[in-house]
Design a protein around this ligand. Structure first.
Ligand code: AMP
Ligand code: ZN
Length: 398
């Protein structure tokens, strides 16, 4: 029988600490999947399908789901969450009752160009500028050197740092028409779009030499690659567009395909990187207190793809490599990562041959803030009426 909803009993029960991650990974199982739920008991996965599928197609999807289940669950153990700061109970008296995305869209403060791609109107733009000011101020306190990085990143670069095996699902590829007069002429006179985008045949496009950049700090590491660090250590800052394709998880301003990040980046000896990461956290803590943001800072892991997830997440946890600033979203009684404090050990130093004066590989770390998410979490806590905002923010955007 054909069906538009698929209920699958996982071959192994999904432990509670993996339920969110499992649900997110379902978006990448099959193009027919429109949405997914995982029962709290971990014994049922429900997939909504974009169209009715016959039994053989259902069976193929179920096989893929079970592959994900086995890869994610087998041998997985609950990672200890370490909380460095907890200010989740700060009062949020003017919090909005529901997701502000819809209200912002209705007011024209936000417009959606396509899945995960948004135009921010004046209110959000001013809020982003306010937060940018805070982060640039933090960067200045470290005398960080300013940089401007491109939006495109060479495929070779990402290959060199194993990005393709860690995050293949979220890559965005850039291409262009082949430099062939016939191809270009044909495109010029026939290019058209249907509901899936351009109808142009894939043969018209070049091979993929570049991608849209998934992070800011990589560009700095590549610019420092294959030589000794000029003065043994670097502190840099930059803001940039980042791209992470998150499929059907791209449902609101909470999760975007194209978003912007401000990073402060430390390169040097281990102690230098770790001490600066910690100082950055403490300085940010004061800034968040001034604003009155409700959040906490806790250990976290990156959303590695299925095969890499268990091993990499456990590694990040064991070595305390990643902490997230998770702001409260009162309307859904949940939290959202608005930034992260990261330490990569000497991973980039080794992969990119960035060396310290003694010849050993450099260590790196970065502090990264998602600008749209900062504004989104702020509006969720303080509401859409600036009259109810903290004095400091109101003054800055006036
Ligand atoms: P990460 O490097 O994954 O720690 O990302 C740094 C910050 O970028 C996160 O804390 C978020 O604030 C933001 N960010 C990451 N992915 C997205 C996304 N898909 N949409 C919007 N913001 C994002
Ligand atoms: Zn970074």
């Amino acid at each position: 029988m054909s069906a538009t909803v698929l209920e699958i009993k996982p071959v192994q029960a999904i432990p509670d600490f993996l339920i969110g991650e499992m649900r997110a990974k379902m978006a990448y199982v099959d193009e027919a999947v429109a949405g997914a739920q995982v029962a709290l008991a971990g014994n049922l996965i429900t997939l909504q399908l974009k169209r009715a599928l016959g039994e053989s197609e259902q069976a193929l999807i179920e096989q893929k789901v079970q592959r994900v289940v086995v890869a994610m669950v087998k041998g997985a153990f609950k990672l200890k969450v370490q909380v460095l700061e907890d200010f989740l109970d700060r009062p949020v008296l003017s919090a909005v009752a529901e997701d502000p995305t819809n209200t912002l869209l209705a007011r024209g403060e936000l417009s959606r160009e396509a899945t995960g791609i948004y135009v921010l109107g004046p209110l959000l733009t001013r809020l982003v500028a306010f937060f940018e000011h805070q982060f640039v101020d933090l960067a200045s306190s470290f005398q960080a050197e300013p940089y401007r990085f491109p939006t495109l990143i060479p495929a070779r670069y990402l290959e060199r740092v194993d990005y393709f095996s860690a995050f293949p699902h979220s890559l965005t590829f850039a291409t262009h028409l082949r430099s062939d007069l016939d191809v270009i002429d044909h495109f010029a006179s026939h290019a058209a779009c249907d509901e899936h985008g351009l109808t142009t045949s894939m043969e018209s496009f070049s091979g993929v030499e570049t991608l849209l950049s998934p992070a800011v700090c990589y560009h700095l590491y590549f610019s420092l690659a294959d030589r000794p660090l000029p003065s043994g250590q670097v502190v840099a800052t930059a803001v940039g567009n980042c791209f992470r394709y998150e499929s059907t998880n791209l449902t609101s301003l909470e999760r975007m395909w194209n978003f912007t990040m401000r990073e402060i980046i430390f390169v040097g000896p281990k102690d230098f990187v770790l001490a600066n990461r910690e100082t950055a956290r403490q300085r940010m803590s004061e800034k968040f207190a001034g604003i009155g943001l409700a959040y906490r800072v806790e250990s976290a892991n990156d959303p590695f793809f299925i095969g890499e997830f268990k091993k990499q997440a456990a590694f990040q946890s064991a070595f305390q490599l990643k902490y997230e600033i998770r702001a409260r979203l009162p309307f859904k009684d949940s939290t959202l990562a608005v930034g992260s404090y990261n330490y990569h050990q000497d991973f980039f130093g080794r992969k990119l041959n960035m060396t310290l004066p003694d010849g050993s590989p450099a260590h790196t770390g970065c502090v990264a803030f998602g600008l749209e998410r900062m504004a989104y979490a702020f509006l969720s806590q303080f509401g859409l009426d600036p009259a109810a905002w903290p004095e400091q923010v109101r003054r800055a955007i006036a």
